[in-house]
Design a protein around this ligand. Sequence first.
Ligand code: AMP
Length: 282
Amino acid sequence: MEIVKDIVRLNKIIDEIKQKGKTIGFVPTMGALHQGHLSLLQEAGKQCDVKICSVFVNPTQFNDKKDLDRYPRTPEADFALLEREACDFVFFPDEKEIYPEKEDKRVFRFGRLEELHEGRTRPGHFNGVAQVVSKLFELVKPDKAFFGQKDFQQVMIVKALVKQLNYKVEIVPCAILREADGLAMSSRNVLLSAEERKVAAHIPLWMGKLEEMFRKNTVVETILKAIKEKIALQPLMKLDYLEICDADTLEPIDTANSANRVVALLAVFVGKIRLIDNVLLQ
Ligand code: AMP
């Protein structure tokens, strides 16, 4: 495995791979890797000849400076994990490699998709995601790029980005990997205190309860009220949003019949740490 820090070297590597007619599977990450990230890399290995992972904590997608400052950074451990997964190349650039000019910040528009849910709480977040993903796609030129369904809205944004810019990459959404107690794996989980980690285990239970109520045809409003009441009982937690939505537009729905595909989306603060989860209901 080669760790690549500069774009000149990366360009050379990509040219060589393309000349050999090999396909590139790409997994963009912000590091602090866990099994969830590695599952994307494994999928890339099944579908492509060469596996490339990027590790870059992208400042432009953080609307909260404190969140950026405390974001875990563990490059050495990340490289060891990637090596074990037989990753071929890790792109590990500095900020100035990705954003050489302070003013070189592209602006994207995603309409309602960037205003809802994550976009409402984190203004500018998806524009930042699109900035870095567009740069990475242009550099790595992947045939397929692998993204976790854990960031459900992000997958939709990336697909919209690919459409807008006519990139040839195929976006492959991958299932959420969970801890033994059901909590969705996240780089932010290590920031939780032991007590916070314990209460965070309620999140998958609530999502399970929500799914069960949905299957019993309970009215959407009643489901949301019941789960929000449970969350309100947890003193260490503060709900950001819980919505049941059309999975193709992410607009909240009133009844199960209003959409073909339905997803429940949740964001909750556990202490200072914001965690997200979702479940596809139909
Ligand atoms: P991040 O490093 O948090 O930006 O995540 C990099 C990629 O890994 C994104 O596509 C995430 O959706 C994905 N990812 C993060 N956590 C998980 C998980 N628990 N299961 C599957 N994919 C995940």
